[in-house]
Design a protein around this ligand. Structure first.
Ligand code: BMA
Length: 849
């Protein structure tokens, strides 16, 4: 709304950091922006036929849209479509340039993203050679343009072949185990590393003009960027510096004005601009600041800042939103080792969240709504942090804007993962520019919490035995390790020091590999003893790190998503087509191994979908609970992984279509501000109340022991009070005493604190004597698209699964347990009117033989 107001008021509104901000062209403008997203065609180099293309886009989606290939994600198309990455592709369009545009002092052609090795030709002259997907390219183009029609051509050379050339020049074999190419070329190319394959990812080495392209015509001066640095913060005020980087065409005078969202100016500075680059700082104060809080701690208040540079009677304006907040990483020696805890606005805050990968292998088709929905899912699951993992991309501005608005902090990796990278000067210069540009683009977002150099490369060096596997000589090892240190301990931290000094830089995640005892006493940890090490889920309760930045377990995607891509005839773990959508070589076997330990045998593939999701959900919830129970020893829990980028069996809690798996709902409970969690210790059941900073700390704790047919065998009730931001042992019950009432297979202890429940079972699920569920259902249509479903249970219902064959249901809860006698209401959103006949209710009993 505020943005609209600015446009209506006739002001020119754009953001230098917004890739696709709307443009309004006025004659009093220093700058004109012209989007170049129409009239594009593409063809394969060496072929004649041109086809319509979408820009921003990718070659795979263009081929698919022209029906030249099948949906890359369907069936085993991935196997058949590898040739696309070995070819080069030509894109072209005609751009109409008018005299007003060309009369400006400077006319730049700006590519916000080229994937990856691109030659740009304007009217037959080569104007750019690009080699980095993560960089923006600005080409001073006035000499090459004319009034009227201009020919713009982009040649995208095969990234695989280009990488291969680089690979051949290096006598040492660098590594990327996830790269499924014949030769492992990914590390030579500054391109999303998962494009080459990952253990949850397809291999499509795509190409494309993947972010917007535009002409920027400007005169006199241009705001390159503005850095908003917060200097301090108190109840009374927060002081900032706005540092403008301005490019001026001549020595001249100008005026900088900062205004609030209502257009009211609060800082004005007359400036002398020298020809070339200029830095100008304008201090300002926000009085009685409303702080930016992460989800669960308060509102993520934002301030809209309108910055205007005026030269003579012309101006240019940049609009951004900032937040007032502090973020600190406390690494203090303690009796355990060294803390790794984050303080937000001075308050130690347990980080609850997950690891995020790109929402689509072909990212240009992800729109603002999709980003909004994905971030809303994190918020819905009571998360306050997402970690952008280093094998994907520095995300689109829209993603960070949503995180700003929805209170989700971002742990931002630089784009390096699980591999060793070249260290020659050209490569480092390229990476340096990439880092500078992305830090500048993202640093004003209050959601950005910290920068991290890479994913698991330090761990790989120390623990994965590559030195032996790849037979690196001593000299080669030294060269590779020096390359590593120069990149992650020198180049990147230097960029942060210069461009974003107040933010914390962490060289590699994790600090220590999971085999090292130090991974539990220092820094962050990726605990993969469960899954990779095949240890039981209970290990999570013993291996408590200071900050769990990765751990995870796979489950199948929802049936609806599979149906869209894989014919039902192939629904078997042995099907070669299903295996294309499972990238872990023994993934199905590991799921099976854990299933056998915990759950009934699946009678069908649909059963396997449900059971694998329950297995994953229970396992990860157990870890989250253990991490939170052990606060402040442990102060963060980010599971692997939040989402998928194509239809696949993976560690995600939401599948490619953002359909939640059971884990999504189980995480929502385990991350809730109040958590009741039980732990079996020395013959007792210990009940903990975990209370976040804003959670309830006072109330009634009641326990009820039932047999599985719903009979109450024992109960207790008492008033309790705990400190906020803490985990407190609130009750100990002797297990032996409870086992007097019934057999372990026929008991459940339900603990309730002010409506927050926990279900404690005394044996594994497969051994429970569940009874056929007895319940009644009621459906009430509240308002359009919103329905309420009420389930009244007579006996215990375990892992209730609400589904509908014909309708898409968005549920506030699913896969939950219901206490005997409980009435539970769930809200359902659906695009269609739902009838009770459309809904199916199943629970664990139905999967037992
Ligand atoms: C972690 C990640 C990814 C990987 C995942 C599952 O280590 O960093 O590289 O996909 O494990 O194996």
């Amino acid at each position: 709304m505020k943005y609209t107001f600015l446009l209506l008021a006739g002001l020119v509104c754009f953001s230098t950091t917004n890739q696709a901000a709307e443009t309004v062209t006025k004659s009093d403008n220093l700058l004109i922006r012209q989007k170049l997203n129409t009239g594009w065609q593409f063809k394969q180099v060496g072929k004649e036929a041109w086809h319509a293309a979408t820009v921003p886009g990718t070659v795979h989606t263009d081929l698919f849209n022209n029906k030249l290939i099948n949906d890359p994600f369907a069936s085993d198309e991935e196997t058949r479509q590898q040739w696309i990455g070995n070819e080069s592709w030509q894109y072209q369009t005609t751009i109409e340039v008018d005299a007003t545009t060309l009369n400006h002092d400077e006319v730049d052609l700006v590519f916000y993203g080229l994937d990856t090795y691109a030659e740009v030709w304007l009217n037959g002259t080569k104007v750019l050679d690009a080699n980095n997907m993560f960089r923006t390219w600005r080409i001073s183009s006035k000499p090459y343009l004319k009034v009227g029609k201009n020919q713009l051509m982009v040649l995208l050379k095969s990234a695989y072949n280009e990488g291969l050339n680089a690979l051949k020049q290096l006598p040492i074999q660098l590594v990327n185990d996830n790269d499924r190419g014949e030769f492992k070329t990914s590390v030579f190319t500054r391109k999303a590393q998962h494009h080459y394959g990952w253990d949850w990812g397809a291999r499509f080495v795509t190409a494309g003009i993947w972010r917007p392209v535009e002409i920027q015509a400007w005169s006199k001066a241009r705001i390159e960027n503005i850095r908003y640095s917060q200097l301090n913060q108190s109840k009374k005020e927060a002081n900032f510096n706005a540092t403008f980087s301005i490019n001026s065409t001549e020595n001249q005078q100008g005026t900088i004005t900062l205004s609030d969202e209502n257009g009211k100016a609060f800082a004005v500075k007359k400036v002398i601009l020298n020809k070339g680059d200029n830095r100008q700082t304008v201090p300002f104060t926000i009085s009685n600041p409303k702080l930016w809080w992460p989800n669960g701690m308060g509102k993520p208040n934002l301030y809209t800042l309108k910055a205007t540079l005026a030269v003579g009677n012309k101006k240019t304006t940049d609009v951004q939103q900032i937040g007032v907040r502090t973020f600190e990483v406390i690494q203090a020696p303690d009796s355990i080792g060294q803390s790794f805890l984050f303080k937000v606005n001075g308050i130690p805050t347990f980080m609850k969240g997950a690891n995020y990968i790109p929402l689509d292998h072909f990212l240009p088709r992800v729109d603002a709504n999709h980003y909004k929905k994905a971030v809303a899912k994190a918020k819905e699951a009571n998360m306050n942090m997402l970690r952008i993992w280093g094998g994907g991309v520095y995300e689109d501005n829209k993603f960070y804007e949503e995180c700003d608005k929805q209170g989700i902090l971002v742990w931002q990796d630089f784009m390096f993962a699980c591999s060793f990278y070249p260290w020659d000067k050209a490569y480092f210069d390229n990476v340096k520019e990439e880092a500078i540009q992305n830090v500048i683009r993202l640093r004003n977002h209050p959601s950005i919490a910290l920068w991290c150099g890479n994913n698991e490369i330090s761990e790989a060096w120390h623990n994965w035995g590559y030195q032996k596997v790849y037979k690196w000589s001593k000299e080669d090892s030294t060269a590779i390790w020096h390359g590593y240190l120069n990149l992650f301990e020198k180049l990147l931290p230097e960029v942060i020091k210069k461009e974003d000094a107040s933010r914390f830089y962490w060289p590699s995640s994790p600090q220590y590999g999971w085999g090292s005892p130090k991974s539990l006493t220092h820094g962050d940890s990726h605990y993969w003893g469960v899954w990779w090490g095949k240890e039981p889920f209970e290990t999570y309760e013993k291996k408590i790190p200071r900050f769990a930045s990765e751990y995870g377990f796979q489950a199948l995607p929802s049936a609806k998503t599979l149906e869209e891509y894989i014919p039902r005839s192939e629904w078997s773990t042995n099907s070669p087509i299903m295996k294309v959508h499972q990238k872990h070589s023994i993934g199905f076997d590991i799921i099976d191994l854990y299933l056998k330990r915990e759950l009934p045998n699946p009678g069908s593939f649909d059963d396997l979908i449900y059971l694998s999701q329950i297995l994953q959900g229970n396992g990860i919830a157990l870890a989250i609970e253990a991490h939170r129970r052990n606060m402040p020893r442990c102060m963060g829990s980010l599971y692997w992984q939040f989402n998928d980028c194509w239809p696949v069996t993976s560690w995600s809690s939401m599948d490619y279509k953002l359909r939640p798996k059971a884990l999504h709902f189980m995480a929502k409970k385990a991350f809730a501000p109040n958590l009741i969690s039980s732990d079996k210790k020395e013959g007792n059941i210990e009940i903990y109340l975990v209370a976040d900073h804003t959670a309830k700390t006072k109330g009634v704790l009641s326990c009820k022991l039932y047999n599985l047919s719903g009979g109450v065998l024992w109960q207790s009730s008492e008033k309790i009070e705990v400190k906020d931001n803490s985990s407190t042992l609130v009750k100990k019950i002797s297990e032996t005493a409870l086992l007097q009432y019934a057999d372990t297979s026929n008991l459940v202890l339900v603990t309730n604190f002010e409506g927050v429940k926990s279900f404690h079972y005394f044996s594994t699920i497969k051994n429970l004597k569940l009874e056929k569920q007895k319940y009644s259902l009621k459906l009430t249509n509240e308002k359009k698209g919103e329905t309420r479903l009420t389930i009244s249970a007579k006996n215990l219902m375990k892992n209730v699964f609400i589904d509908s064959a014909n309708s898409e249901l968005e549920l506030t809860d699913n896969f939950f347990d219901i206490e005997p006698g409980e009435t539970k209401t769930i809200s359902i959103k659906s695009s269609k009117k739902i009838d009770i006949k459309d809904i199916t209710i199943r629970s664990m009993f139905d999967y037992m033989k």
